[in-house]
Design a protein around this ligand. Sequence first.
Ligand code: NAP
Length: 337
Amino acid sequence: MTLNVCVFGVSGYTGAKLLHFINKHKKVNLVGVFGKASEGKKLSSILPNLKNLKNLEITDYRKFDFKTVDLIFSCLPHGEFQQSIFPQLDPKPSIIDLSGDFRIKDFKKYELFYDIKHNSKEKKNIFTYGLTEIYKNDISNSKYVANPGCYPTSILLPLLPLVKEGILKKSHIIIDSKSGMSGAGKKPKNKKLFAQLENNFFSYNIEKHKHIAEIDQELTKYNSDTTFTFIPHILPVFSGIQSNIYIDKAGINAEETLNFLANFYKNEPFIKFFSKNTPKLSDVQNTNDTVIKVFSDYSNKKIIIISCLDNLIKGAAGQAIQNMNLMFGFDETESLM
Ligand SMILES: NC(=O)c1ccc[n+]([C@@H]2O[C@H](COP(=O)([O-])OP(=O)(O)OC[C@H]3O[C@@H](n4cnc5c(N)ncnc54)[C@H](OP(=O)(O)O)[C@@H]3O)[C@@H](O)[C@H]2O)c1
């Protein structure tokens, strides 16, 4: 089976990564690419390094016939897809949306954290939250997938099994995350961001970050007593996320926590555990891996988890391809290794 796929937002950071994986995939046929400012350009002019990529022109989706399309990837800024594109699509093929539009099931929280009105509220339950290793079975049976956020992926992969299995009980978790600047997209809201980051480092959105709603939704799904503090930072590097997660020692120690997680993920090709080395961004950049280290601090009071991934790959396009592979019965690792 060969899939006919379209991509919205090909000129952006995640769109470009997605095309890189689509180009390598044996069972995917790229049939349409859409954009706004880049409309009319050929793919060869915006992605000259992607050899063998079909040289499609970026067009207006309203002039495109979706009848033979099997799957749409949407790599648009939050709000664009749910507000104006999703309601108009007819027919609606399978969809993997990389934005936050369908991740949050409580639409009041979506509107509060994203400051955007939701126009497709009635569709909230048809999208599966696509954290691949946790919701594999649901994703395999889904037509619509809301691909998770980059910070939430780095945080939930180590934490959710602990909460789900009751190892982390009533607990307040401290999460300190750092991301490369590509997390803000190619046109950050703060127009001076890239200049400000030269030889610099800072926290941002310290009181209200969009991903809080998503992390909270998932952690409290399994234990309503779970609370957390999340502080994001931006690093003067292009890509990569490191989340340092501090949990209370209760019941099991760091070594047992590591053994539990390593066993939970023992069949997962993209989840790796470091015992000796400390994970670095260079261990995960340009890969679909999440690298995790679990240890105890000097005072032996906390268990600390370091979780690293590439925000544009496992935190976005790579996980989207992994989800597509599951949805259409392909080898889960196809084009990602
Ligand atoms: N960056 C990350 O690390 C990351 C990680 C996980 C999820 N995400 C999510 O993925 C989505 C894309 O992020 P990104 O970083 O790739 O953003 P980006 O670099 O800013 O790219 C956005 C793309 O959307 C296109 N676009 C904007 N409005 C459009 C419209 N009305 N119709 C068609 N195309 C439109 C732009 O095309 P033109 O250039 O043609 O205008 C551009 O290609 C966002 O929702 C983001 O939150 C990003």
